[in-house]
Design a binder for this molecule. Structure first.
Ligand SMILES: Nc1nc2c(ncn2[C@@H]2O[C@H](COP(=O)(O)OP(=O)(O)OP(=O)(O)O)[C@@H](O)[C@H]2O)c(=O)[nH]1
Ligand SMILES: [Mg+2]
Length: 209
């Protein structure tokens, strides 16, 4: 399994042209603004503050790349569905994410992070439908589980599963606060990372003379 703790910040991309060379698989983290994407990333890599989090929505505004163990990129995406930013800003985020997901050939998985406390939101549904349509691998993660009793967790997860037409095996119940679901998350993401082949740096095609 990949050691997610061997991680370093690489770069922040505000345009597709700024992405790093596709020499490792990408795992991207998507979800509504303030759902806990950056917190999940910090828990995944076992750092309290590698990725900046905030109680105010709209914190992450670019594609933030982290490199794990010279083997994998983790990509923190800006959140969607936050009404307090201007229409123009929202559309430029949306445009960047759309272009990223549709063109990044080494995208191994989009982790779709959903708040376990709430009913399924239309934007979450649309994201999952869109990823299915594109045939892009994705992993739903229901987060903030620590805010609910075990009973309520099961009840809410079943409702989200039904809304997304998933079974319990297809998703993970998670908490960044307690670490619930962390082992499953790491092992599923290791599997996704192995599922696509990329050309590692230094092993590019050499033209015959
Ligand atoms: N109790 C609890 N709080 C959480 C959890 N995950 C995130 N939070 C809190 O939710 C708030 C938002 O977390 P972030 O990780 O910054 O959310 P984000 O999705 O990256 O937000 P944007 O970058 O603004 O889109 C913060 O106050 C976190 O402390 C969790 O699993 N449990
Ligand atoms: Mg964030």
């Amino acid at each position: 399994m990949i050691d997610f703790r061997k991680v370093q910040f690489l770069l922040s991309a505000h345009a597709i042209g700024q992405l790093p060379a596709p020499v490792y698989p990408d795992i991207a983290f998507a979800g509504r603004s303030n759902v806990g994407k950056s917190s999940l990333l910090n828990r995944l890599v076992d750092r309290s503050n590698l990725v900046k989090t905030s109680s105010k929505p709209g914190k992450t505004q670019s594609l933030n790349y982290f490199l794990v163990e010279e083997s994998l990129y983790l990509v923190d995406l800006p959140g969607y569905g936050y009404a307090q930013v201007s229409q123009q800003t929202r559309q430029s985020w949306q445009g960047l994410i759309t272009e990223y997901v549709t063109t990044r050939s080494t995208l191994a998985c989009v982790v779709v992070i959903i708040d376990l406390r709430h009913e399924l939101k239309q934007l979450d549904r649309e994201l999952v439908d869109w990823l299915r349509y594109l045939d892009t691998p994705y992993l739903p993660v229901y987060t903030k589980a620590d805010k609910l009793s075990r009973n309520q967790q099961m009840k809410n997860a079943a409702a989200l599963d039904a809304g997304l037409t998933l079974t319990a095996d297809d998703r993970i119940i998670f908490s960044s606060s307690t670490g619930q679901g962390l082992d499953s998350l790491r092992s599923r993401l290791s599997g996704f990372a192995r599922s696509i082949s990329v050309t590692p740096p230094g092993e590019g095609f050499i033209a015959p003379i």
